[in-house]
Design a protein around this ligand. Structure first.
Ligand code: MF3
Ligand code: CO
Ligand code: CO
Length: 254
């Protein structure tokens, strides 16, 4: 994986447009999260919406991934593949959207409720969002990925959850996934340097227990999807962030 090089002015403009579209698409997709909708239907709606905005859904055919978005329901940690399963009352679902617009990638995800959900589902979802925010808040130019991981893990642990270690954030820009790896655990000052005018994602996944996660194959793809061992709940949020010379900017807001 290549490290991302600092973006110039025009490149930042393009990156912002792509991220804004990803955010807008996530908001659009979320309006279809209701009882009875299938994850395939959401996938198709996103595919059409993305095209009509002059962009491409980055997951489609990415290392053989068969769909345009990831839909991770309940015990699915990430990379859930849309299918004909209908959403049911009480489910939680992470929609992960990545678009490529004019050569730049914007990546964002959020966990949504299907109808009324349990107190446990509300809690893990709220804490996953907060965990992402905690990680984002410590970003500074020439800080490190360890600063981010430390802040996330400290919060997650305090709330009684477990941050997933195997999967995390990444460099992003003119490619979907590049260096650095952005872990959801770590030590302050360790890891890779955060270079001004590069972009990363912060995307913690949090679980209810610390059992090893289950890695599952996706047919004809080298991408894996992940589940909790005992089918307990998991939740995730993701933003794409620009590191500036004075701090950071969250790009996937709409
Ligand atoms: N959007 C995911 C991420 O946050 C990656 C999905 S790759 C796919 O990095 F192939 F599963 F789509
Ligand atoms: Co990502
Ligand atoms: Co993503």
């Amino acid at each position: 994986m290549a490290a991302m090089k600092p973006l110039g002015k025009d490149e930042i403009v393009k990156m912002k447009l792509s991220c804004e579209l990803a955010a807008k698409t996530l908001q659009y997709a979320s309006t279809f999260v209701k009882v009875g909708t299938t994850t395939n239907e959401i996938d198709q709606l996103v595919e059409d919406f993305t095209k009509s905005n002059g962009a491409r859904s980055a997951p489609l055919n990415y290392h053989g991934f068969p769909k345009s978005i990831c839909t991770s329901v309940n015990e699915c940690i990430c990379h859930g593949v849309p299918d004909n399963r209908a959403l049911k009352e009480g489910d939680i679902i992470n929609l992960d959207i990545t678009c490529e617009l004019d050569g730049f990638y914007g990546d964002t995800s959020a966990t949504f409720f299907v109808g009324e959900v349990s107190a446990a589902a509300k809690a893990i979802t709220e804490h996953a969002k907060r965990a992402m925010e905690k990680g984002i808040e410590v970003i500074k130019p020439f800080g490190t990925t360890g600063d981010i991981g430390f802040a996330i893990n400290k919060y997650v642990t305090k709330q009684g959850y477990y941050a997933v270690r195997e999967i995390g954030g990444h460099g992003i820009g003119q490619s979907f996934h590049g260096e650095p790896f952005v872990p959801s655990f770590g030590k302050k000052g360790r890891g890779d340097r955060l270079e001004p005018w590069t972009c990363i994602t912060v995307e913690p996944m949090i679980n209810e227990n610390d059992l090893p996660i289950r890695e599952m194959a996706i047919e004809n793809s080298s991408i894996k999807y992940y589940e909790t061992q005992d089918k307990s709940l998991t939740a995730q949020f993701e933003h794409t962030i620009l590191i500036t010379d004075t701090g950071y900017e969250v790009l996937t807001v709409y």
